[in-house]
Design a protein around this ligand. Sequence first.
Ligand code: NAD
Ligand code: AHE
Ligand code: ZN
Length: 368
Amino acid sequence: MKTRAAVAFGAGKPLEIHEVDLQGPKAGEVLVEIKATGVCHTDAFTLSGDDPEGAFPAILGHEGAGVVVDVGPGVKSLKKGDHVIPLYTPECRECDYCLHPKTNLCQAIRSTQGKGVMPDGTSRFSLDGQPILHYMGCSTFSNYTVLPEIALAKIREDAPFDKVCYIGCGVTTGIGAVAFTMKVEPGSTVAVFGLGGIGLNVIQGAKMVGATRIIGVDTNPAKVALAKQFGMTDFVNPKDHENLVDAIVQMTGGGVDYSFECIGNVNVMRDALECCHKGWGQSCIVGVAGAGQEISTRPFQLVTGRSWRGTAFGGARGRTDVPKIVDWYMEGKIKIDDLITHTMPLNDINRAFDLMHKGESIRSVVLY
Ligand code: NAD
Ligand code: AHE
Ligand code: ZN
């Protein structure tokens, strides 16, 4: 079949809209009509050329929601008409990782996914007979896409696609980092570095689990109003302080219980660790840093009781946890609508990247 898609032909080049060819689902695969997709900073990161796994031409996008159109042989858990959210972290429920209680990083299809192909080693997308790569196993910047069955969460049918698509990455990553990965306790003091599409969800997660002090850190003061609405109690602009770590340590009487880096800046990752309380403070890296970047700190920071952690997809097991997070949204336990600051048709997708780079959007959502 043909599908309209935004194709990334090379690093740093704007996406181009094309009618591309899409092969139907093979065994264990599912054809999905994407109804809406968010644009995450990770899409921009890969498009920039900084992603060691970034390869072109590819169809980016990993934050979608849609409807099952067809299933390949052997697919048991999904049928035509089911509403689904694609999962860049699948959940096969059989691999050593899925069976281990301490991780969500299913490895069943990780190696082919990282190469931009389906588990059989080939792509379903092509243009003029030339293959186009998948991205993060999702490729939601295409109106129709094919995914393995294990990479789809079935969700309730009354959930609006244009909002719950954000649960495909940003919402789950932010809230999950707090609730699943770090298991932040009520009464905690939390610092959140970067108040974008991920950081604001860390803030609402921290509020949800009962953190009492939530310090937001961002160089862009335009983020303050929304951050306060989502639960931020204090704001720190790094530009106002000669020593950011000292400022946070002083305002918290020794440091925070938990910090979250939601930017992808290795220098900020160091600050986020070092503003944690001696003896028990834990820092979680959420931001994705570019090829060749490394983190550093004095080992004494860890010797004296701070811990450095990280999270992918908020520690969520997608097929199990994503439907629950959709329920939280539908029940009003979490907010999404106010974070979706812009919507646009696929033809205008490059505007979503411009708005993100200018710091003017939280989430842009493309509506098909
Ligand atoms: P975003 O662009 O919406 O937000 C980034 C925020 O950081 C902006 O508000 C910006 O003003 C702020 N910022 C930039 N430099 C800063 C600095 N030096 N000090 C303080 N604030 C600064 O991006 P996003 O969509 O929220 O994504 C954030 C990061 O999380 C990206 O690196 C993305 O790739 C990553 N991410 C990781 C996962 C995961 O599973 N680990 C999932 C999604 C996104
Ligand atoms: N491909 C990059 C790393 C990119 C990365 O860290 N991706 C996150 C999700 S970001 C979503 O917006 C992730 O899930 N990582 C775990 C995994 O297995 O990819 C690189 O550095 O090679
Ligand atoms: Zn993402």
